[in-house]
Design a protein around this ligand. Structure first.
Ligand code: PGA
Length: 226
């Protein structure tokens, strides 16, 4: 089983999110390759919009093998933390949350300590963290079920890291024994299969190419080619 995760980042209006959802749902249910993939549980698709768009997309969870995730979570428990979105808020809305994306590490100064606290909050609420790491410098707590290696040089640059390099970096990471290992960074429909065909790579985290439902579906479809 491969994970295909879409990270919308801070993109889309309400109307755009709704129309993405309608188009995705239509193609997902009508495409025979996707239907087969879903019925054989060969792919788990996780779509991560920004918070206000989560309620617009929750109905997609009725599709086989489709889940909704958030893009970050507060490191605090519920209480006096104006503006924070806690894991308790998200409970019942999402099953997954991206934590430690390099963009948050850079622009919100999230360090390993902050990231560990977010992971703890998510797991206490029963939400599975998808931990993003830039390389061996980022700590991976033992409890993390999904780790996405995302080299900063590859994110949003169009310059995806070749599979053999991804696999050599994988050797340097202290991955928990049963954690799924994902790659992310400028993966497009024409490059997805190369990663997915490696038994060492359990899926992909997709930014730019997840914004268009057709290119995202094309990447999901690539799990059938492997
Ligand atoms: P990208 O983003 O696919 O646009 O490079 C990946 C990510 O940052 O998760």
């Amino acid at each position: 089983m491969k994970y295909i995760i879409g990270n919308w980042k801070a993109n889309k209006t309400v109307d755009e999110a709704t129309s993405w959802s309608d188009q995705f749902s239509q193609i997902y249910t009508e495409d025979p390759i996707i239907t087969t993939l879903a019925s054989k549980e060969m792919a788990t698709v996780i779509i991560c919009p920004s918070y206000p768009h989560i309620p617009l997309l929750v109905d997609l969870e009725t599709l086989d093998q489709v889940e909704i995730g958030a893009q970050t979570v507060s490191s605090y428990a519920p209480g006096s933390h104006t503006g924070d979105v806690t894991a308790t808020h998200l409970k019942g809305l999402v099953s997954y949350v991206i934590i430690g994306h390099s963009e948050r590490r850079a622009s919100h100064n999230e360090d390993n300590h902050e990231v560990a606290a977010q992971i703890q909050q998510a797991q206490e609420a029963g939400i599975a963290p998808i931990l993003c790491v830039r390389g061996p410098e980022d700590t991976i707590p033992e409890s993390v079920p999904i780790v996405a290696f995302e080299p900063v040089s590859a994110i949003g640059t169009g310059s995806n890291m070749p599979v053999d390099e991804v696999l050599s970096v994988k050797q340097t990471l202290s991955l928990p024994e049963n954690a799924a290992f994902l790659y992310g960074g400028s993966v497009k429909p024409d490059t997805a299969a190369a990663y997915l065909s490696s038994p060492e790579i359990d899926g992909l985290l997709i930014g730019g190419a997840s914004l268009d439902p057709e290119s995202f579906i094309e990447i999901i479809r690539a799990t059938a080619q492997v």
